[in-house]
Design a protein around this ligand. Sequence first.
Ligand code: UD1
Length: 429
Amino acid sequence: MEKILINGGIPLRGEVSISGAKNAVVAIIPATILAQDVCRIENIPNISDVSMMIRILQQLGAGIKMINKNTLEIDTSTINSYTVSHSLTRHLRASYYLLGALLGRYSCARVAMPGGCDFGVRPIDLHIKGFELLGASVSIEENAMIDARADVLTGSPIYLDQVSVGATINVMLAAVKAKGLTVIENAAKEPHIVDLANFLNSMGADIRGAGTDVIKIRGVDVLHGCTYSIIPDQIEAGTYMVAAAATGGRVLVNNVIPKHLESITAKLIESGVHIEEYDDSVLVEAVGRPKHCNIKTMPHPGFPTDMQPQISVLLSIADGTSIVSEGVWDNRFRYVEQLIRMGASISVDGKLAVIQGVETLKGAPIKADDLRAGAAMLIAGLCAKGTTEIENIIHIDRGYEDVVEKFRLLGADISRVTVENPSQIANIV
Ligand code: UD1
């Protein structure tokens, strides 16, 4: 087991290159199941969620060739199973995309309930509703296996009662080869929804409207292999932007789509941070102490919930009081306990956090509760005075490629060390 050690207080300076988007690739790899021949996927981030997804496809019988660190060739013509066990799904929320992809290809899927970050209840009722409207029968067995099967999948209007990234993607996967027209209303509009639609269309699908709240999918009989490059990771980019601002630094964040970052950029500007946008990069420069501001997380194009823990670190050292309201998940402030250990002044009431900015955070032994909470702990450690030790970094490795190396290149004093005797931090807090 490893932990990350940071000697904080050094302003980040230099350039960082953003990797491919985690939440796009974890949908696109399962989507290759729908192709009848080889797909070559480029700009794949080297993260553990991807390794897990690759393992799952290999277990199903797919042939996977690693061309280089960030490029894979996936041949799903050899798949010989439509069952994915709990041991494979329990660490990965996105494993639920195997349901839509296997159902779309074989009209049959048996996938164990997904794991992933714990933000409170994470239902999948809308995914199931979508599959059923396409003509599938879905049952959840006693061993938490989800069984979905159909004689024939038929396009249908599907209204999602709530904007859901996962349900939108799963319905797209199941509907892309269904007979006739599927119309998803109240669809999610995140950049990775558009990326998946572009990927499927490159394979011969007929999907229109991705990126708006109405997506129309006309089923096609055959999807062929293609070469596709994953979009840059909006959340990884936002994490480095906030880290630059929180440490009082100046960082050029390269390989981004600035349009995807608008809500994050807007809030950083409101906090007094100087931002310059270029074609595929953004320059982030801190100007004095950050100012307080209020945040409400919402589905895209609102402020992303996956940036809420990171921006809360910036606000914890801002001048004045900020209110952060979590509009997507019921329980996404667990990490606050760790920031309080570092001297932050934050009170949480349900889905609301009131943050009274303090001058500085102090290094402390802390832990990553989940992926983005882990990113927030990194930022906290980088801007705190003294040494911070972060445990449970397995969560961070799920979604951030070469994170220690990237921060080190920006001048941070950060290293990864082996833990002889994993401390009792989890029990202390
Ligand atoms: C995805 C992201 C996650 C991000 C979230 C919101 C991936 C792999 N994960 O998660 O990082 O935090 O979007 O941007 O892309 N809901 C229901 N019923 C359902 C499905 C969802 O009620 O069947 C609710 C959820 O409880 C939540 C809201 O809808 O309150 C949004 O969830 P959703 O967009 O589905 O999140 P995920 O796709 O799981």
